[in-house]
Design a protein around this ligand. Structure first.
Ligand SMILES: Nc1ncnc2c1ncn2[C@@H]1O[C@H](COP(=O)(O)OP(=O)(O)O)[C@@H](O)[C@H]1O
Ligand SMILES: [Mg+2]
Ligand SMILES: [Zn+2]
Length: 290
């Protein structure tokens, strides 16, 4: 069952593997909320599934779990032999705290509750065999992120940011957290990069161009690609049919698919195993601390 892991798969963290059938576990993170982390996670997961891979998506954003809505799943998952069978949508297996906590409930989770809740999302769910498990992390660097890195051997983390210079500070903070727990950073995705007019297709740079790419270069981590700010992408999330499914031939979908391919290439080549310390040591002029 767990023997077929290839390079870059789970190893070496000296912890019991609670999801042994999963080859690559990839965290999707962001410095703050509202940058489109969930939108990116959903479209990347579906894009990966479209390549024929077995893909799971775990909505670990316990503070605002909206992946079920974005994936068009309204029915809570079913119990099977004391475990929970993940929901399935657009070819992706999916589990979310949102199935169990009503959306209106603004739960104030404390450390131990966060730990237990996240642990259950792994241990009590029949993930079975997966090539990729994407995890939508809560924004920032709190209890949930740390819990997660302690519970499962992450192959690497992808960080989503918007192009504004001010967002770079958050990117660096997130990197420091992953570094502390030895999780390699696979790269940066710049979301809402430019505005793509739905009427004429014209491209408008709303923010200064290339903020995410400059951040990546400055921090010495790969730049995975940019996603336009586009009403069709938002509609995809609102309607439960991600744009990668709703309009697969669009340039917006191509952007997501390219990034998915980049990530697949990186983890398959074992790049996720490069310790982040060596990358951070390249940074000459760090941003001011915290
Ligand atoms: N590239 C984009 N173009 C247009 N709207 C977007 C884009 N990315 C995200 N959104 C919208 O922005 C809002 C926040 O996105 P979401 O993925 O929920 O962010 P986060 O998970 O980081 O809080 C949502 O309404 C979403 O549909
Ligand atoms: Mg979200
Ligand atoms: Zn126009």
């Amino acid at each position: 069952m767990a023997e077929e892991h290839s390079a870059g798969s789970q190893k070496g963290h000296g912890k019991d593997n609670i999801i042994p059938g999963v080859k690559f576990i990839i965290a999707v993170s962001s410095g703050k909320g509202g940058v489109g982390k969930s939108t990116v996670a959903v479209n990347l997961a579906v894009a990966m599934a479209l390549t024929g891979a077995k893909v799971g998506l775990l909505d670990a954003d316990i503070y605002g779990p909206n992946i079920p809505m974005m994936m068009g799943v309204t029915k809570p998952p079913e119990q099977k032999d004391g475990k929970i069978a993940p929901a399935e949508s657009h070819g992706v297996k999916l589990m979310s705290m949102g199935f169990f906590v009503p959306e209106e409930t603004a739960v104030v989770w404390r450390g131990p509750m966060v730990h237990t809740a996240i642990q259950q999302l792994f241990r009590d769910v029949l993930w079975d065999k997966l090539d990729y498990l994407l995890i939508d992390l809560p924004p920032g660097t709190g209890d949930a992120q740390l819990t997660l890195t302690q519970l499962v051997p992450l192959t690497g983390a992808v960080t989503v940011t918007t192009p504004q210079e001010v967002a770079l500070h958050d990117v660096r903070k997130g990197m420091m957290m992953f570094q502390k727990v030895n999780v390699p950073l696979l790269g940066i995705v710049e979301n809402m990069s430019y505005f793509l007019c739905g009427h004429c297709g014209e491209r408008t740079e709303i923010f200064s161009h290339g903020g995410g790419e400059r951040a990546a270069a400055k921090l010495g981590v790969p730049f995975l690609g940019r996603i336009p700010l586009d009403p069709a992408i938002r509609d995809g999330g609102d309607s439960g049919t991600p744009i990668v499914v709703a309009d697969p031939a669009s340039p917006q979908s191509a952007a997501f698919k390219d990034i998915a391919q980049n990530i697949i290439a990186k983890v398959s080549s074992g790049e996720g195993n490069t310790p982040i310390e060596s990358l951070l040591s390249k940074i000459k002029q760090p941003f001011s601390a915290s």
